[in-house]
Design a protein around this ligand. Structure first.
Ligand code: GLY
Length: 379
């Protein structure tokens, strides 16, 4: 494919799209106001868990997540091969734990619809449950085991995708400060606070929670808001048996990383663009964690951090071309699932740029779906 494109935003979504667009033959320039992977992507726990994170019903969003999970084995291998950088990708499966008999019915109904969507799930109780995950509280009454769920070490993945981009010939410009869209109606021109100017035929906007800043300029409503996720990690004593699965409850999750840490997340706070960590937020996690893994009652987290998830008003990401400006594309608003959704987003964006129609069900992610900033425009 000929032509050039600027990717605005160097999180996992922007980087993955840049890599895929380059693989399809475009000249790609990626611009980032700070460091690549410096926001939600670097803060993420790296859960690849569409079944555990979508407990209600198999809607379009679940379908997107599930299709992306199916791309992961090949995608992560391609990133490793192109970049020459290794990172953790662990196909551990997950346990969604119920602590009360009353929650069993909900697990059973999820098991039913999720099995028909390839989860391979089963409900474990009693000795089978504690054999599968020995450190789990004996107050657990059951868990839904989903063997196809996995996780990656997100900061390393982001760095590897960046290296793969560079190795493939993507030009990456970081630390540019504020970047403004100077022209967009025909050709695209961006002006950075650093003084640099970038021009191209097309633009992909993948600026995460900051995408809403483009609303006025582009004339469309972009209702994307930052939701802070506070997260913590425990140093895992080598004598303790590592956690074998991703462990979810209705209150959070625990995931053992190969670097010896146990990562526990995450709050959902409305705090604007503030990424500070609060004692209250972390205490909520630590109090809950020890009810799931009693050994955590004896230790305190050694590391605490926060990231901003980009949440869209209707809970679905924005993926695709603008209806009123087909050379401008958006890939943003992936909320809790940016790491998981990076391969499918990259594929859909590259298909759109190549002029291929997206599957009908992907209409749920149209960036124009909230209409124009003036009532009735572009809706
Ligand atoms: N996907 C995990 C989180 O957003 O906390």
């Amino acid at each position: 494919m000929n032509g050039d494109i600027i990717v605005m935003g160097g999180g996992i979504i922007g980087l993955s799209c840049a890599l895929e667009l380059r693989r399809r033959g475009l000249n790609v320039t990626l611009v980032e106001k700070g460091p690549c992977g410096g926001q939600a992507s670097g803060a993420a726990a790296g859960m690849l868990a569409p079944y555990s994170e979508n407990v209600e019903s198999p809607d379009e969003f679940f379908r997107l997540c599930r299709e992306s999970l199916s791309l992961y084995p090949q995608w992560q291998q391609a990133v490793k091969d192109i970049s020459g950088v290794s990172f953790e990708y662990a196909e551990t499966g997950s346990l969604y734990v119920a602590r009360h008999e009353a929650d069993l019915l909900a697990l059973e109904s999820r098991l039913e619809w999720q099995r028909s969507w390839g989860s391979g799930g089963e409900i474990l109780t009693g000795s089978a449950l504690f054999a599968a995950e020995p450190g789990l509280t004996r107050k657990a009454v059951a868990a839904l085991r989903t063997p196809v769920e996995s996780h990656v070490y997100a900061p390393d993945l982001a760095e590897a995708v960046k290296r793969a981009c560079l190795a493939s010939g993507v030009r990456i410009h970081e630390h540019l400060g504020r970047i403004e869209l100077a022209e967009w109606r025909e050709r695209v021109a961006l002006r950075a606070q650093s003084g640099e100017r970038f021009e191209a035929d097309r633009l992909l906007i993948s600026t995460g929670a900051w995408v809403q800043e483009m609303s006025e300029t582009l004339g469309i409503r972009i209702p994307v808001y930052p939701i802070r996720g506070q997260i913590c990690a425990y140093a895992w004593n080598e004598e303790r048996e590592p956690l074998r699965h991703l462990v979810f409850t209705s209150q959070g999750y625990l995931v053992q990383k190969a670097n010896g840490t146990l990562v526990c997340g995450a709050s959902e706070d409305i705090a604007g663009f503030d990424t500070s960590v609060t004692d209250k937020g972390i205490r909520r996690l630590t109090e809950w964690n020890k009810q799931v893994l009693p050994v955590l009652g004896e230790v305190q987290p050694f590391h605490r951090w926060a990231g901003l998830r980009p949440a869209v008003l209707d809970g679905r990401p924005l993926i695709g071309r603008l209806d009123h400006a087909g050379h401008i594309l958006v890939a943003a608003g992936h909320y809790r699932n940016g790491i998981l959704l990076s391969p499918i987003t990259a594929a859909l964006i590259a298909d759109s740029v190549e002029g291929k129609p997206l599957p009908e069900w992907c209409g749920a992610f149209r960036p124009n779906r909230f209409g124009g900033v003036q009532a009735g425009a572009f809706s």
